[in-house]
Design a protein around this ligand. Structure first.
Ligand code: PAF
Length: 280
């Protein structure tokens, strides 16, 4: 597996691979890889001749009060995981390699960024779209793999690719969970043992709500109420948002009568966790 910090080196490899007619799958990550990432890398491995993993904590998608400085990092462990799955190249640039001091071009997706995490993290999705665009350009990938755990991110990247005619297929992959249902996330490592136990409440609340929708509940306010009641019963939990939006435009709805995304963000202690489900 090739390890590189340099855009130029990735481009040279890509040029050679393209010349040989090889297909390229890209898995964009911020590192500290877990089984959720592993599932994306495995899928990319199955579907492409070449697999590139990017491992970059992207500073421009963090707000000034967010956890950029403390975001967990373990590059050696990331390399070992990528190598064990058979990735061909891991790209691990420094921020200076990705952003020149006078960098001033950003990509943003309007409507879909308005609600959910977009409303609480104003710079986040522009930062994601900008770095993802750069990674698409650098890797010239045929396919890119994103987890449904970040459902709003997945929808936004898909829309950006459609609206701006990027030559890449976006593959969404299911959420990978711990045995008790907690969605895998690099940020789970911030939880102390009591908080880790309490964090299962996100999945419990969503499971209850999904069952109600599948049984015929169409009132979005009732779905939000079911979720909020369960979360509020957990003393260590504090709701950031509980939202029911249509799965095309990510706009809040009152009546569920088409594909729907139910998404939540909850603080467990100081740790903000997100989770969701989609009913197509
Ligand atoms: O989902 C993530 O880890 C990041 O938002 C991404 C897509 C790698 C962009 O930095």
């Amino acid at each position: 597996m090739i390890r590189t910090e340099k855009i130029k080196e990735v481009k040279e490899c890509v040029k050679a691979w393209k010349k040989e007619g090889k297909t390229i799958g890209l898995v964009p990550t911020m590192g500290y890889l877990h089984e959720g990432h592993a599932s994306l890398i495995k899928k990319a491995r199955e579907e492409n001749d070449i697999v590139i993993v990017s491992d970059f904590v992207n500073p421009i998608q963090f707000g000034p009060k967010e956890d950029l400085a403390t975001y967990p990092r373990d590059f050696e462990a990331d390399c070992a995981l990528c190598e064990s799955i058979g990735a061909d190249l891991i790209f691990h640039p420094e921020p200076e390699e990705m952003y020149a001091p006078d960098f001033c071009t950003h990509v943003g997706v309007a409507t879909l960024s308005e609600h959910l995490c977009g409303a609480r993290r104003p710079v986040h999705f522009n930062g994601v779209c900008t770095v993802v665009t750069k990674l698409f350009m650098i890797s010239q990938a045929d396919r890119a793999y994103f987890g449904q755990k970040d459902a709003q991110q997945l929808a936004i990247v898909r829309r950006m690719v459609r609206d701006l005619n990027y030559n890449i297929e976006i593959i969404g992959c299911p959420i990978v969970r711990e045995e008790d249902g907690l969605a895998k996330s690099s940020r789970n490592t911030y939880l102390n043992p009591m908080e880790r136990k309490a964090a299962v409440v996100l999945h419990q609340a969503l499971t209850e709500a999904e069952a109600k929708i599948r049984a015929g509940e169409t009132d979005a306010a009732e779905v939000r109420r079911i979720i909020s009641n369960i979360i509020e019963d957990e003393p260590l939990a504090r709701i950031d948002y509980v939202e029911v939006v249509d799965w095309n435009e990510l706009q809040p709805i009152e009546k569920i009568d088409g594909p729907v995304l139910v998404a939540i963000a909850v603080f467990i202690g100081k740790v903000r966790l997100i989770d969701n489900f989609i009913v197509e």
